[in-house]
Ligand binder design. Structure first.
Ligand code: GLY
Length: 360
C-alpha cells in the first residue's frame, strides 16, 4: 500500500456548537501547537495523558505536564481516573486548560473520561497512536472506564476539540496491533455512507492513509447524525460484528482460556459470523457472505472461531452484552443495508456458531 497522492485530509464532525476537525495524514503531529492555539477561549496549559511505552513526542505549544498511566486495559479504571484528577487538582488545572490524550484506545477513552468529568468537563484533544484508535476510538466522544463487572460501564459522551491522526506514528506498531486495527477497519467496508453507498471490496485497494481517512469520514458522518446512539439511529452500525467480538473477548479474559484475540481480530470473526447468520435468516445471499469473507481475509484477519470455544459460553455472554435488551439482538446485513435485528432464535445463533468453529 502506498501513500501516493495523499498529503492530508481534514474531516468535519458537525455538532451544534461543538463541531471539530479530524485531520489525517503522515507527519501531521507538528500541527498540534497550531490546533491548540486556535481553540477559543485560549488554552493556558496542557496535561498530556499517555503511557511510558508510547514512542511519540508532542508539542502542544503551551506549558505542559505529562501524566503517565499504566500499560494495558487495567489503566481504564475508576482508580486511575481518580489518580489523574487528583494530580490535575494538585497542579491547579482549571477549565482554561486542556487534556491531550496521546495513545491507543485505552488512553483516549480514559483521558476523555477524565476530561468529561474533571471540573464537570474540560476540553481535550485526541492524538491516537494506534490504527484502532485512529479509525474508531478517538472519534465520536465515547469516553469511559471499566468496572470488574464489565467494560465501559462508566462513561460519558464528551466530544474532543480536535483529533490528529498521524499515520507515520503507526510504523512502530506490533503485528498484533496492526491486525487489531485492521479488524476494526473491516467493519467500515460494510457500513453505508449517508448517501447509501458502501465501500465493499474497493476498500482493499486503498492506501493506508486513504483507508484511515475513509473510515474517519464515515464515522464522522455517523456521529454528526446520531451523536448519542439513539434508538433507530445509525451509530449502532458501528457495532457491526461486535456482539460476538465482545463474547469472544470475554471468553479470552478467563485465565484458563487459550483464546488470545485482540479486539479487532475478534471483530473480524464477528463480521463473518454476522454475515453467516444473516444468510441463514435469508437476509443476504451467498455472494454477500463471500464478500465478508474476502474483505476479512484480504485484510489478513481470522474468519473462524478459535479452537476450544464452546457455543453455549458465547451465547451466555452475548445474552449479557449491554447491547442486548430483549432476546438476541444483532446488527445484520440485509437487502436495505445494515439493520438492528431483534428476537433472533438462540438455537439458530448456536447452530451458526458451531458452523463457524465453536464446540457444540
Ligand atoms: N465504537 C463505536 C462508537 O463509537 O459508537
Amino acid at each position: 500500500m502506498t501513500a501516493e497522492g495523499f498529503i492530508r485530509d481534514t474531516i468535519q464532525v458537525l455538532l451544534s456548537g461543538r463541531s471539530y476537525e479530524v485531520t489525517v495524514g503522515s507527519g501531521i503531529l507538528g500541527e498540534l501547537a497550531g490546533v491548540v492555539s486556535r481553540l477559543a477561549p485560549a488554552i493556558s496549559r496542557a496535561v498530556v495523558i499517555t503511557q511510558a511505552a508510547i514512542p511519540v513526542e508532542i508539542d502542544p505549544g503551551v506549558p505542559r505536564k505529562v501524566l503517565l498511566v499504566p500499560e494495558g486495559e487495567s489503566a481504564k479504571s475508576v482508580s486511575v481516573a481518580e489518580s489523574l484528577c487528583r494530580e490535575m487538582a494538585t497542579i491547579g488545572i482549571t477549565r482554561s486548560d486542556l487534556v491531550v490524550a496521546l495513545g491507543g484506545g485505552v488512553v483516549t477513552d480514559l483521558a476523555g473520561y477524565v476530561a468529561a468529568t474533571y471540573y464537570r468537563g474540560i476540553r481535550y484533544i485526541n492524538v491516537p497512536t494506534t490504527l484502532l484508535a485512529q479509525v474508531d476510538a478517538s472519534i465520536g466522544g465515547k469516553t469511559g472506564v471499566n468496572l470488574p463487572e464489565g467494560k465501559n460501564l462508566i462513561g460519558a459522551f464528551h466530544q474532543p476539540s480536535a483529533v490528529l491522526c498521524d499515520t507515520a506514528v503507526l510504523s512502530s506498531l506490533s503485528e498484533r496491533e496492526w491486525a487489531s486495527g485492521r479488524g476494526e477497519m473491516a467493519k467500515y467496508a460494510f457500513i453505508p455512507s449517508s448517501a447509501g453507498e458502501r465501500m465493499g471490496t474497493d476498500f482493499l485497494d486503498l492506501s493506508l492513509e486513504k483507508q484511515v481517512s475513509a473510515c474517519a469520514r464515515l464515522k464522522a458522518g455517523i456521529v454528526s447524525e446520531d451523536e448519542l446512539e439513539m434508538p433507530g439511529g445509525r451509530r449502532v452500525f458501528l457495532n457491526y460484528g461486535h456482539t460476538l467480538a465482545h463474547a469472544l473477548e470475554a471468553v479470552g479474559f478467563d485465565a484458563r482460556s487459550a483464546v488470545d484475540l485482540r479486539h479487532g481480530e475478534a471483530v473480524a470473526i464477528g463480521l463473518v459470523f454476522a454475515a453467516e447468520l444473516a444468510g441463514r435468516l435469508g437476509r443476504i445471499d451467498d455472494g454477500r457472505i463471500d464478500q465478508h469473507r474476502r474483505i476479512v481475509k484480504g485484510l489478513g484477519l481470522p474468519t473462524g472461531i478459535p479452537d476450544g470455544v464452546h457455543a453455549d459460553d458465547l451465547v451466555a455472554f452475548m445474552r449479557r452484552d449491554k447491547k442486548v435488551s430483549d432476546g438476541m439482538v444483532f446488527v445484520l446485513d440485509g437487502a436495505s443495508g445494515l439493520e438492528r435485528v431483534q428476537g433472533i432464535d438462540e438455537y439458530l445463533v448456536r447452530d451458526v456458531l458451531v458452523t463457524e468453529g465453536a464446540r457444540p
